[in-house]
Design a protein around this ligand. Structure first.
Ligand code: SAM
Ligand code: SF4
Length: 431
């Protein structure tokens, strides 16, 4: 089993390495260093979004790879104080800037619900938020009172980490299934009473004991409960997670994904990304598929026109750096132009559409000039369709991408997060 996992990881690395070598026209790896600048230059960024990470959870789920820790009132208070200081440090000497959106993720941000308004107000001193404000919620925390509170603060989008409505699947994921029916009923009632423009529900598929029937029931229940979007993630076994049960095999994953797509097509829903599906004409909940964003808090990422920075994963070091008036950046990469293009295309393709105009506006060069050959091959293989304005991923292309995204997650994200969990400020990391 162990040998099989190593072989799969190495194969994924090879696949991703080959693709990035072709697309960047270079053997140069993505090199992240501790090279440190106490300033983030975001003034000229267009379509900038904001992300705030709250790393506390009431109970840690064994499958979860994110940067999080068990909730503790004192630690949470210290963290919020540091977070507010980080916002001051990052925005110091910058004029007020328009941003597209603000997302709170985690962890479980509603555990600090009474501090959220303070954090948003602090951000509003420095940013004008033009679009939606979204938050990730844990099913157990949802009730009418919480939703009303969030709405009053200004949240317009919520994302609920349901994972599954099915007791067997939840058990396989190691989630606590106590009172699960009461929890689900409370969500149903609360969402009827308090409306948000976007309600996303996260579901995981290819979980042991899950069947195609129970998965479709999950999808149906999510929409019946008032979801305007579902995010259906294939179960990924991160090397540092603590999964008792492993994901189902590749063939079953494919069948399950196809079952979801068939359901979505039959019900006239939109595929808004490789793994998200929504009701037509509703706004999409998507914290990651943004051109540029500034991240605040532990483990958060800032993606800018020419660089990518990730904050430390160590809460002690995060607070220490900030108290010394230093930014808590752990690793930075200054992209080569082609590397930035690959990163841009990676997330646009995940979103199933690459706009020719947007690419030109972002890079000042046409997509055809940079990647005409690759796009022609993708068209011949039936992975994309070309229209006057854009390239659109086909169902076949989206399946290929589903494999790429998982390979990238196991080869790159797993490695990066693994290292950052062990070392607060590594000297260098090569991907
Ligand atoms: C930041 S997390 C969750 C937010 C919230 N704290 C919760 O758990 O309810 C975002 C989503 O990633 C997905 N996810 C987490 N671990 C995963 C894994 N190992 N494989 C696939 N999807 C995963 C889950 O659907 C999860 O809701
Ligand atoms: S899945 Fe959600 S609640 Fe569970 S540990 Fe991860 S962030 Fe926390």
């Amino acid at each position: 089993m162990y040998v099989k996992i190593i072989v799969v990881i190495e194969m994924n690395k090879l696949l991703i390495k080959t693709m990035t070598t072709i697309l960047t026209r270079s053997f140069k790896p993505f090199i992240f260093t501790s090279k440190y600048q106490n300033i983030i230059d975001y003034d000229d960024e267009v379509n900038l979004g904001l992300y705030v990470h709250i790393p506390f959870c009431e109970k840690i789920c064994s499958f979860c790879p994110y940067c999080k820790m068990k909730y503790n009132e004192i630690k949470a208070k210290e963290y919020v104080v540091a977070l507010l200081k980080e916002i001051d440090l990052v925005t110091k000497n910058h004029s007020k800037k328009e941003v597209t959106s603000l997302y709170f993720g985690g962890g479980t941000p509603s555990l600090v619900v009474n501090d959220l308004e303070r954090i948003i107000n602090k951000l509003k001193e420095h940013f004008t938020i033009l679009g939606d404000i979204g938050i990730e919620l844990h099913p157990r925390d949802i009730n009418t009172e919480l939703l009303k509170k969030l709405k009053a603060i200004g949240f317009t989008m919520i994302s609920i980490g349901i994972q599954s409505f099915d007791i067997d699947s939840l058990t396989s994921l190691g989630r606590n299934k106590d009172e699960i029916e009461v929890i689900h009923q409370t969500i149903f009632n609360s969402l009827k009473e308090v409306k948000f423009s976007t309600v996303d529900m996260d579901l995981i598929f290819a979980v042991p004991k899950q069947t195609k029937e129970s998965l479709i029931k999950d999808v149906e229940t999510a929409f019946n409960y008032g979801a305007t979007q579902i995010s259906t993630y294939p179960f990924i076994d991160f090397t540092f997670a603590n999964n008792e049960y492993k994901p189902l095999d590749k063939k079953t994953k494919k069948q399950m994904l196809n079952t979801i797509i068939d359901y979505v097509n039959e019900h006239d829903l939109d595929r808004t990304s490789v793994w998200t599906f929504g009701v037509k004409n509703t706004n999409k909940y998507s914290s990651i598929t943004r051109d540029n964003y500034l991240g605040f808090g532990l483990s958060s990422v800032s993606l800018l026109k020419n660089s990518f920075k990730v904050n430390t994963f160590s809460s002690e070091e995060y607070i220490k750096r900030i108290n010394e008036e230093n930014l808590p950046t752990s690793l930075t990469i200054d992209f080569t132009r082609r590397q930035r293009m690959v990163y841009y295309l990676f997330w646009k393709t995940y979103g199933t559409r690459i706009s020719k105009k947007e690419f030109y506006d972002f890079f000042g060069v046409s997509l055809k000039k940079m990647y005409g050959f690759e796009l022609m091959c993708a068209k011949i293989l039936g992975y994309v369709k070309e229209t006057k304005e854009e390239y659109i991923l086909t169902r076949k292309g989206a399946y290929f991408y589903h494999l790429i995204e998982q390979a990238y997650t196991t080869a790159y994200i797993d490695k990066m997060w693994h290292i950052l969990r062990l070392e607060a400020f590594p000297d260098e990391m090569r991907l």
